[in-house]
Design a protein around this ligand. Structure first.
Ligand code: NAP
Length: 240
């Protein structure tokens, strides 16, 4: 039986991804940081619906010791993993003139350093398989200036994707998805007018759903994508 580690799986895209992999028969490790209730509720939901094993693990992906301990725990429980989804991420939206060094560094630490650290230690318990990083279309060509640090971290994730794909080939494929605006907690406070404006820039005229991202993440883990490596797939409805 295959096993997947999904960081930041208590909510949003990570949760939808956990449900998708469980449906496809994977054992699932749900990593989270603060929302223990949500993570445990997701475990219950998966166990009720699917015949797979679930491990819930609290760890801050930006703290090396916590990542190391999580991977050791996973090794002791499952022996190995077959897939890693580097999904945990944060955004602190404000104008660049108001952005503090601490805020900028926090976003880079969770999104970019976190992706590096989890890949570094998880790769040691992967014989083969697939790593999927979550970038953003803001790192490619639709940047959002209030999220200048976030976009920079997501551009860094594209570089990590290419470099890890080289380093871990041919046993492990490393790809990334770059979502556009997706309906999750991350966007729950945005102004309706601003949302309308953004939707007008999307060819499909709407924000995406988390399941629409999870499906592409699963595709990149599956045999259906066996010759796709070191690639970034945009999941953003198409930009006008
Ligand atoms: P979300 O609903 O805000 O969920 C974020 C998840 O990350 C939560 O499970 C949270 O855990 C976890 N997390 C945050 N900091 C963490 C840390 N230091 N260590 C471990 N886990 C941590 O976000 P989302 O919208 O689903 O986003 C998921 C990924 O997609 C992120 O990388 C995000 O940047 C990317 N993305 C999102 C969009 C979008 O429009 N939503 C667009 C492009 C890219 P707790 O629940 O325990 O706090």
């Amino acid at each position: 039986m295959k096993t997947v580690l999904i960081t930041g799986a208590s909510r949003g895209i990570g949760k939808a991804t956990a449900l998708k992999f469980a449906k496809e028969g994977y054992n699932v490790i749900i990593n989270y940081l603060f929302q223990e209730k949500d993570a445990l509720a997701l475990k219950d939901e998966i166990i009720k619906k699917y015949k797979v094993e679930v491990l819930v693990y609290k760890a801050d992906v930006a703290i090396e010791e916590e990542v190391k301990k999580m991977i050791t725990n996973i090794k002791n429980t499952f022996g190995k993993i077959d897939c890693l989804v580097n999904n945990a991420g944060i955004a602190i939206d404000n104008d660049y003139l108001d952005k503090s060094t601490e805020e900028f560094q926090k976003v880079l630490n969770v999104n970019l350093l976190g992706t590096f650290l989890v890949t570094k230690y998880a790769s040691l318990i992967m014989e083969k398989g697939s790593i999927i990083n979550i970038s953003s279309n803001g790192a490619i060509n639709d940047g959002y200036s209030e999220a200048i640090d976030y976009d920079a971290s997501k551009a860094g994730i594209i570089a990590l994707t290419h470099d890890f794909a080289k380093r871990l080939a041919p046993k492990i494929r490393v790809n990334a998805v770059a979502p556009g605006w997706i309906n999750t907690d991350m966007n729950k406070d945005i102004e309706p007018n601003f949302q309308k404006m953004q939707e007008n820039n999307i060819l499909l005229n709407r924000f995406g759903e988390k399941e629409e991202v999870a499906n592409v993440i699963y595709f990149l883990a599956s045999e259906a994508s066996s010759y796709i490596n070191s690639t970034i797939i945009r999941v953003d409805g198409g930009e006008k």
